[in-house]
Write a protein that binds this ligand. Structure first.
Ligand SMILES: Cc1ncc(COP(=O)(O)O)c(C=O)c1O
Length: 465
């Protein structure tokens, strides 16, 4: 930029400069040119403040990650110290540093099932993408290169790299990108409220879905299926917990056909579900675990992929046969990110994050339940501090709002007005507040949600029958 251009830009507002320079993820690029950004400038507990001074209660901890809130002196000091001492090094070709070792060791200590090694990356997408490569490496090494197909669920989100997008079971993420890649299959969305047959119990529904998964495996050929991937609570399906018996039945099918099971704990890990891991809440026994977000309370971009001994032993021998495990990211195991993540885990331990979540879980779930009396709420479900409200146009028929009602836009408008950040995916309000939220914060979250729902109902009443 020339000096003249810099001077001209300095005269513009941040809003104008954002419009001129930033391409925002998950945003209508044309609309952004006229509506511009909401510029967040600070925070106070579970509230964030914009540049006009307006406060919003963030019901989603940013993107499911700011477990300790949006600023933290202790983590800042650790980041400063790390950057002052060793601000960057890499862990390729036998190199290492202490924070990467300490963090990996700690993750193995707290893992929900016995794990063997940790691969560090910068995002949940990279952890899942790396996981798929390792699954393929594993089967190739075992002389079964035809085991290529990855099964995930409809409604799941696993990230935004090409592979993680292919894993994602939502057409909106695929359109105009020419994805998913052909080796990615999507089995049923386990939403009992929406998809159960009349009178079908959760257990019966789970059995039907496990049967459907088995039929998919048989139709494709079990010898072509590499792995099944699942997030314990499906975030992008609207913070949707599994129906009773679901994972027990699904894991039995996977075992029957020798299919690897990977738990995507990117949003569920580190206390969110009321246990340290979603795997503990739902008794999952995965071969690999992807985690991120809460790992650093969102304060540094870091993720980890934990792999068990069965996979490590094969990978170890294959890397020896080929000369190396030829995979890695420049910022994998970054000294600042690993130091911050390690300190985050120490803070969780000191404050007993699981007990903290459990102490407010009752209020959170009760408040969701109370909202089920609202005409727009068909059902509620959740665990720990993750949960959702199923939004309907008609409680009897469970019909969702048609696209022309612009439900999400309407909710966004009133959420802005009433000072709350609400996330609607796809027909559910998904809650995942910071884990430091107290009962007063949860009550305020419910109160503001009700205000938004009332105003939305009033505006969309012509659709409500
Ligand atoms: C379950 C799940 N997996 C993976 C990801 C991708 O993580 P990231 O955005 O850090 O790449 C997300 C992001 O929300 C997620 O919810």
């Amino acid at each position: 930029m020339t000096d003249n251009a810099a001077t001209a830009n300095a005269a513009l507002s941040y809003r104008e400069r954002d419009i001129a320079s930033v391409l925002h993820p998950q945003t209508n690029a044309l609309k952004h040119l006229s509506v511009g950004p909401t510029i967040i400038t600070g925070s106070n507990g579970v509230f964030v403040t914009d540049d006009t001074g307006k406060q919003y209660l963030d019901s989603g901890a940013g993107l499911w990650c700011a477990s300790l809130g949006y600023h933290n002196e202790r983590l800042a000091k650790v980041a400063y110290k790390a950057m002052s001492e060793l601000g960057y090094f890499q862990i390729f070709r036998h190199a290492s540093h202490k924070a990467a070792i300490d963090l990996s060791e700690r993750l193995l200590e707290i893992a929900p099932v016995e794990m063997s090694k940790v691969l560090l990356q910068c995002s949940g997408s990279e952890a899942n993408d790396t996981g798929v490569k390792i699954v393929w490496y594993y089967w190739n090494a075992l002389g079964k290169p035809e085991r290529r197909k990855i099964i995930t669920r409809m409604g799941s989100y696993h990230g935004s790299t090409c592979v993680a997008t292919s894993m994602t079971g939502n057409g909106a993420y695929h359109r105009s990108f020419g994805l998913p890649f052909s080796e990615f299959l999507h089995t049923d969305l386990p939403n009992h409220y929406r998809n159960a047959l009349p009178g079908e119990t959760e257990q019966e529904f789970s059995s039907r879905l496990a049967d459907s998964l088995e039929r998919m495996i048989l139709a494709e050929g079990p010898e072509t299926i590499a792995a099944f991937w699942a997030d314990p609570v499906q975030g992008n399906a609207g913070a949707l917990p599994p129906p009773a018996g679901y994972f027990e039945k699904v894991q039995a099918v996977l075992k029957k056909y020798g299919i690897l099971f990977v738990a995507d704990e990117v949003i569920c890990g580190f206390g969110r579900t009321g246990e340290m891991w979603g795997c503990q809440t739902y008794d999952l026994k995965p071969d690999m675990i992807a985690c991120a977000k809460g790992l650093s309370s969102g304060m540094q971009p870091i993720s980890a992929l934990l792999i068990n001994d069965k996979i490590f032993e094969v990978l170890r021998d294959e890397s020896n046969r080929l000369g190396a495990f030829v995979h890695g990211f420049t910022y994998a195991g970054h000294p600042v990110a690993t130091a911050v993540a390690l300190e985050t885990l120490k803070i969780y331990e000191e404050m007993d994050i699981v007990a903290q979540v459990q102490s407010v879980e009752g209020t959170f779930l009760q408040n969701l339940d109370d909202l089920s009396s609202h005409p727009l709420v068909g059902a509620t479900s959740g665990c720990g501090l993750i949960g959702g409200l199923e939004l309907v146009m008609n409680k009897e028929s469970k019909a969702p709002f048609p696209a022309e009602a612009n439900l999400i836009g309407t909710i966004d408008k009133y959420a802005q007005q009433f000072g709350i950040i609400l996330r609607v995916v796809p027909n559910r309000i998904a809650y995942s507040p910071s884990l430091i939220i107290d009962e007063a914060g949860l009550d305020e979250m419910a109160r503001r949600t009700r205000q938004v729902l009332d105003a939305t109902l009033n505006e969309l009443k012509r659709f409500v029958r």
